[in-house]
Design a protein around this ligand. Structure first.
Ligand code: MLT
Length: 388
């Protein structure tokens, strides 16, 4: 065992040095030349990430919905009156995002509808009617990344996409907010909007927030989708990187986060073939404020390891992974799913932002899963059984 540990230590050192050299090359080389060192670095990232997941030490972690919290929800009439200082939930304003892109590009995708946008504790895009699907966005984006889902799923479901605190049109935390505080803000938002049961979808950072939110909501979550995300905490190296980037973003502005994150967020095929999507994601990053991005980086660096809690997730789970995802390699997603009692994995085209890179596949999976989670399939199944 000791021999293996030493051998792995030496190998790991070699891999990390090679990664640093390649990363340096990535920073020096102009795009698309930087894709060469990046492509060479990805398998090394995968090995380190996988090793990190396998060697993660279990730590005491909270219940994830296996035992719904004791905290019974008071009847609506007895709850804290809608926070007066905020816009009352019924007063919604219409966000005209139809055809609009933040960079005003002429080739902007045209959406044939407008979304209701609400100022609950968090700013929320809110489309459609029916059972609720709540979408939590990735870092460093905002709820606009869910446009294909707000358009594609709203004919059967009520689709709600908050801007997490510090992003988009939501307030910016004045201190480094934790992911638990992010989850609390989403919980209060759902309460203001009278959302009781839901299917919860978290993509990457949205997944990190979904874990503490699931702990708060318990059995109200009928199904959980973990897309391009992981349960493990950051490695020491990743923590350092996040603090470095947070300080740099505070000093030099949001553009730094866009430059650094963009090549990681999109798969290599998208980076080569979809300049429109690259521009679109870039524009979304720039819609956020430096202070919000820095705060989220510090919150992610401090997040606990949720791996030991996975086995206590009580609801059905769908894990979605992008086959070219450099941030969360597919084996990491499979390992996570393997620890959840009722989980299945779907691998789709694309990199990290699978909902934007493969929107049709993503929407189909979410729709199927939400229908099963809300048991909307049942009457048809029963009818078929009765006919047979
Ligand atoms: C995200 O997409 O939310 C980020 O890549 C998450 C992370 O940096 O861990």
């Amino acid at each position: 065992m000791k021999v293996w540990t030493t051998a792995w230590g030496v190998a790991r050192f070699g891999i990390e040095v090679s990664r640093d050299v390649l990363r340096f090359g990535e920073r020096l080389a102009p795009w698309p030349l930087s894709l060469v060192p990046r492509t060479l670095r990805l398998p090394l990232d995968g090995i380190i990430g996988l090793a990190g997941t396998l060697t993660t030490q279990p730590a005491p972690v909270p219940d994830l919905g296996a035992n719904p919290p004791e905290r019974a929800r008071p009847p609506r009439a007895e709850r804290t009156p809608a926070r007066e200082r905020r816009t009352p939930p019924d007063e919604h304003r219409t966000a005209t995002i139809a055809g609009a892109r933040s960079d005003g590009a002429a080739d902007a995708p045209v959406y044939d509808r407008e979304f209701r946008a609400r100022n609950a504790p968090l700013y929320v895009r809110d489309a459609g009617k029916g059972p609720a699907i709540v979408l939590l966005h990735a870092f460093p984006l905002n709820s606009r990344m869910w446009e294909p889902q707000l358009v594609g799923l709203a004919d059967r479901f009520r689709v709600l996409a908050p801007d997490l605190a510090g992003f988009g049109l939501s307030w910016v935390p004045t201190t480094a907010s934790s992911l638990a505080e992010q989850a609390a803000a989403v919980d209060h938002t759902l309460e203001d909007l009278a959302i009781d049961e839901l299917v919860l979808v978290g993509l990457s950072m949205g997944g990190y927030v979904a874990f503490p939110l699931l702990e708060r909501l318990g059995a109200r979550v009928r199904g959980l989708v973990l897309a391009s995300t992981r349960a493990g905490a950051d490695t020491e190296e990743a923590v350092e990187e996040r603090h470095r980037l947070a300080a740099q973003v505070e000093r030099d502005g949001v553009e730094v986060a866009a430059d650094e994150m963009l090549p990681k967020l999109l798969g290599s095929s998208t980076l080569l073939d979809r300049p429109d999507l690259v521009d679109h994601v870039h524009a979304m990053v720039l819609e956020n404020k430096a202070s919000g991005i820095a705060s989220a980086l510090r919150a992610m660096a401090a997040r606990p390891d949720m791996t030991p809690a996975l086995e206590r997730i009580a609801c059905p789970v769908l894990v979605i992974a992008g086959e070219e995802d450099a941030v969360i390699p597919t084996p990491t997603a499979r390992l996570m799913a393997g620890r959840i009692p009722d989980a299945r994995v779907e691998v789709v085209r694309g990199g990290h932002l699978v909902n934007l890179e493969a929107p049709d596949d993503f929407n189909r999976l979410i729709e199927e899963f939400a229908r099963q989670s809300f048991e909307l399939e049942r009457p048809r199944r029963r009818a078929r059984a009765a006919r047979a």
